[in-house]
Every structure is written in structure tokens, then in C-alpha cells.
Write a protein of this length. Structure first.
Length: 523
């Protein structure tokens, strides 16, 4: 395929080796495992990226034989990845086994330990173990404590064999619960054994921001308050809460998307260059950036944050979603927000005064996640007919999903009349250049766990700093709801108009299609 870019040989292409190991999956009969985890493990297997010797041991309450578990996983893989080569799929499923038990009972973990030891021998997997907790957060501490009591969290004196535990978000419900959780985990696990997962960090396009910023000399000198007017970070979804109403109604958009994915995207965009691509240094720079975010002024919250809740659209062709309050598992009088837009400022030398404008929501017009950096306009227009304000600013768009890639809008002379100028985009499309869609984020993160690399995982400090920022807003919404009302918005729109007004007050406006160019308009 002809593309405007030629892709050279990779300059640096390193993938650390993966040691043989067992992968123990808690919550193995659940939705997350079937939709994300097992298809990701299978994807790695198919590309020969799992270790030479490994096994997958499912653990859940439901009674199932190994064979029944394999059949479930076969269905899950076929649904997620399409029709598969039967031999490859059978070879993968041959590595899968299952144990049932109660998450609270020590006896179940003793049985699990015995089963793991047998698998270690059968599969020659060196005794290394990765425990993946695809479980509601309230079960995390008890599972870790029982694993420890059953002697499964210890490591050899030289770190071999190793034991690592992966936790799915949310990490707590607020700062106090996150601290309590971490204190309990730290009694059973060393920090290097804890992997706090945020799948946005595993997205190829989010990782590529680091290379874009720190492997090119031309952008970094412009990456500051002198040249950048503002940054917009959007994570919009057209779907509603689907079957997760029960969870979501207690979480809301601020906890579900802002406290984690949105803040991580902000941190990666704005952080200082780490001295090396080592986990501790990258994580520390992200956390340092989060520490410099100015807390929102609670007394003027409505000027800084807008929250909304989707209502059924008048036109089912625009969105088929019902009112949020009619969704299964959602309270009929719910005041939970399904949309948040926020203005943020970063108090450091690089970013003083530059607004970071973040928005995320469900039931919006289309699925799109992007980071758009708008540069300042030219200081003076020398093209007589065009005033400075008529000349659009350059915008650099890091397109996280879909249509992954990077766009940079520039002004250019149109052929013909002497003073005829128009905007065009220099456009890099991931699919066109690499010929593939980006690998699944779970594949990257699972591989990193097996390699013991925590670069793309949350640190304890990071989680706590994020909650410190979010907690006062949650408290204000409960105690003084009038300061920041909950605005309804029609499903299939771009959120409440109050969010447009908030930006208009700063002289800016949200990006909308066609600026958010893209071909797919639904999730
Ligand atoms: C999850 C949230 O972390 O991210 C979901 O809990 C949300 O509510 C999802 O739908 C969005 O992820 P993605 O990768 O589809 O943008």
C-alpha cells in the first residue's frame, strides 16, 4: 500500500525474555476474563509471545471440570477473535485447567497450592506464578491474605521462583479505602510483586506518546506554556453502562474514567522527561506531574467542572439508549454522573496558566479518545488579507482510538491566487503505515507482568495522589450539589451545553467532528 511515510527498519526493538510460569486467574468464570483476558493470552500464544512452558489455572466459585472450563474458553476466544485455527486453539486450551472454591476459605487456597504444584511439574513451569485478580475490589485483600497464608506469595531468596499479583482497577473507592487496601496488601506482598493495572497505559497509542515526545528533538522545545495555548483530552463512548449498571451507579464517571485513565493520559502528555525508560523513573515522573495539578477550588466548582447524566434521545436513530435511570441495576432516582468535563491547571514552570481541558462520558455521539494540543497563534500576520485571528492555530492530535495515528494541522498556500491559504493535516495513520491495528492493551500489560516490568502500571503513590485530587470533588457533589448541578444531556449528543459554556468562558471551544476526523462513529 502506498503511504506518504516510509517505515525504516526499527532503530531499537527490544522485548525482554519471558520466563516460564503459571498464570492463575481468579474470577475465571466472569465476564472480564472471557472478553479480555483469555483472548489476550491466546493472542500472545498465537504470536509465540507466551513463555515456552506455561499453564493457565482458572479459579472461581462455580463448580466446573477442566473440560467444561476449556469449552467456555474456546467459546470466549471464538467470540472475541473470530474463527480460529483448530490446532492452535486446541494446543492453547490443552494448557488450561480449573479449580473451584470459596474466595474466603483457606482450604480452597491449600487445594489451589497443591494444584499449582502439580501443574508446575506437569508443565515444567519453574514455579513462577502470576496471579490475576479479575474480581470486585472488595475481594482483593482477602484473596491476597489467603494466598499468603497458603504460602503462595513468597519468592525465592534470589527472586526465583517469583510470585506477582495483578489487580484490576478500581484501587479503592476513595483515598481512605485505597490506603487501607494498600496497607493490607503490603503485609502480604513486597511492592515489586504488585501490579496495578490501567488498560489505557497498555494502549499502543498511549505508549507511543512517550516516544513521540522524547525520541524526537523537534517537539520538546515547543512543549510548554510559551507555545501551547491549551490541551484537550477526550475519552468519549457512545455506549451506555450496558450490563454494568450495578457497579457504575456506585462509581460514576469521575471514579471510573477520570481518577485513572484520564489522569494517566494527562500525566504522560505533560510530565517531565524521565532520565531513563526504567519503571521507577517513568512512574515517578507521572506521579510528580499529578502532584502539580492544582486542586479544584471547591467554592467555585461549577466554573471548573461540569457533570451530566444521559437521558434518552428524542431520536432513536441517533442513539438507542434509554434514560440512564432506566438502565438495569441503576437507581430510579440516581444522581450518578455519566459525563464529566473539567478544566485543570498545572502548577509548575512548564505549564503555568495553560488550561488542560478534559472530558469523558458515556452515551455520547461517537467513540473517540484523543489528545489535542492546540498551539498559540502566530504573533503577527504578514499576509495582509488574513488577520491573525482568522489564521487557525496549529493543532497536534494524538489519536488514541479509533483511527489511531497522529495529525498535525498546518496552514498552507493554495495554488492560484497570491494570498490564498488553507489548513491541511499532516497525517500518520497507524493502520496504513504498520498494516495492522494496534495490539490489544491487555496483551502488552500481561506480557509486562510476566517480564516483571512495572513501567505501565500505577504506583501506590500515584493512586493516592489521584484520589487526593478527586475526593474533594466527590465530597462537594454530595454536600453542596447546588455548586455543581447534574445536567441531563440527550444520548447521542456531545454532553451538556453547560460544558460548552464553561469553555466559552475561557474563549475556547471543544473539538467536534469534522475536526475529530474519523471513519467509525460507534463503539
Ligand atoms: C473501563 C471503564 O476502565 O474503560 C469502562 O470501567 C469504560 O466504563 C472502559 O467503558 C473504556 O475503555 P476503552 O478501552 O473502550 O476506551
Amino acid at each position: 500500500m502506498d503511504t506518504p511515510f516510509s517505515l525504516g527498519q526499527p532503530n531499537v526493538c527490544a522485548e525482554a525474555p519471558v520466563e516460564n510460569c503459571g498464570i492463575v486467574v481468579f474470577g475465571a468464570s466472569g465476564d472480564l476474563v472471557q472478553r479480555k483476558l483469555i483472548p489476550a493470552l491466546y493472542g500472545l500464544f498465537r504470536r509465540h509471545m507466551l513463555p515456552a512452558r506455561f499453564y493457565i489455572l482458572g479459579f472461581a466459585r462455580s463448580a466446573m471440570t477442566d473440560e467444561m472450563f476449556r469449552e467456555r474458553m474456546r467459546t470466549a476466544i471464538t467470540e472475541a477473535c473470530g474463527e480460529q485455527n483448530a490446532d492452535t486453539l486446541n494446543s492453547f486450551l490443552a494448557m488450561c485447567r480449573y479449580v473451584s472454591g470459596d474466595y474466603n476459605e483457606l482450604a480452597a487456597y491449600e487445594q489451589l497450592a497443591t494444584r499449582c504444584s502439580v501443574c508446575d511439574m506437569d508443565f515444567d513451569s519453574s514455579g513462577n506464578r502470576l496471579f490475576y485478580l479479575a474480581l470486585p475490589p472488595e475481594l482483593h485483600p482477602v484473596v491476597v491474605e489467603r494466598l499468603s497464608e497458603a504460602g503462595m506469595t513468597g519468592e525465592g531468596h534470589d527472586g526465583r521462583p517469583w510470585a506477582r499479583v495483578v489487580f484490576e482497577k478500581p484501587f479503592g473507592h476513595d483515598l481512605a479505602s485505597a490506603v487501607t487496601l494498600d496497607n493490607r496488601l503490603s503485609r502480604a506482598l513486597e511492592p515489586h510483586q504488585i501490579f496495578r493495572m490501567d488498560h489505557y497505559l497498555g494502549k499502543e497509542t498511549v505508549q507511543s506518546i512517550l516516544m513521540f515526545r522524547f525520541a524526537n528533538a523537534i517537539f520538546e522545545p515547543l512543549w510548554n506554556r510559551r507555545y501551547i495555548d491549551h490541551v484537550q483530552i477526550t475519552a468519549a463512548e457512545s455506549i451506555g453502562v450496558e450490563h454494568r449498571g450495578g457497579y457504575y451507579d456506585h462509581a460514576g464517571c469521575l471514579r471510573d474514567m477520570f481518577q485513572n485513565h484520564m489522569l494517566q493520559m494527562l500525566a504522560i502528555t505533560a510530565m517531565e522527561p524521565p532520565t531513563s525508560f526504567q519503571a521507577e523513573q517513568v512512574r515517578e515522573e507521572r506521579t510528580k506531574l499529578m502532584r502539580s495539578i492544582r486542586p479544584w477550588p471547591v467554592d467555585e466548582l461549577g466554573d471548573w467542572i461540569v457533570r451530566g447524566q444521559y437521558a434518552a434521545s428524542q431520536d432513536a436513530a441517533i442513539s438507542p439508549l434509554p434514560d440512564y435511570r432506566q438502565e438495569a441495576g441503576v437507581a430510579g432516582d440516581s444522581a450518578t454522573e455519566t459525563y464529566v468535563a473539567a478544566r485543570m491547571l498545572i502548577d509548575n514552570w512548564r505549564w503555568q496558566g495553560v488550561p488542560f481541558l478534559l472530558r469523558s462520558g458515556k452515551g455520547l455521539r461517537r467513540k473517540v479518545s484523543e489528545i489535542a494540543v492546540t498551539f498559540k497563534r502566530v504573533p503577527h500576520s504578514m499576509f495582509g488579507m488574513t488577520s491573525k485571528t482568522q489564521m487557525p492555530a496549529n493543532v497536534l492530535v494524538l489519536k488514541i482510538q479509533p483511527d489511531e495515528g497522529i495529525d498535525l494541522t498546518i496552514q498552507t498556500k493554495q495554488p492560484g491566487p497570491k494570498s490564498c491559504m488553507s489548513s491541511m493535516a499532516l497525517s500518520f495513520k497507524y493502520q496504513e503505515v504498520f498494516g495492522i491495528t494496534p495490539p490489544n492493551a491487555y496483551e502488552r500489560l500481561l506480557l509486562d507482568c510476566m517480564q516483571g516490568d512495572r513501567t505501565l502500571f500505577w504506583s501506590r503513590e500515584g493512586v493516592e495522589v489521584a484520589w487526593q485530587l478527586i475526593d474533594p470533588v466527590l465530597a462537594a457533589w454530595t454536600e453542596r450539589p447546588d455548586l455543581c448541578p447534574l445536567f441531563p444531556y440527550p444520548a447521542g449528543s456531545w454532553g451538556p451545553e453547560a460544558a460548552d459554556r464553561m469553555l466559552a468562558a475561557t474563549g475556547r471551544r471543544w473539538r467536534r467532528p469534522p475536526e475529530m476526523a474519523g471513519t467509525r462513529i460507534t463503539d
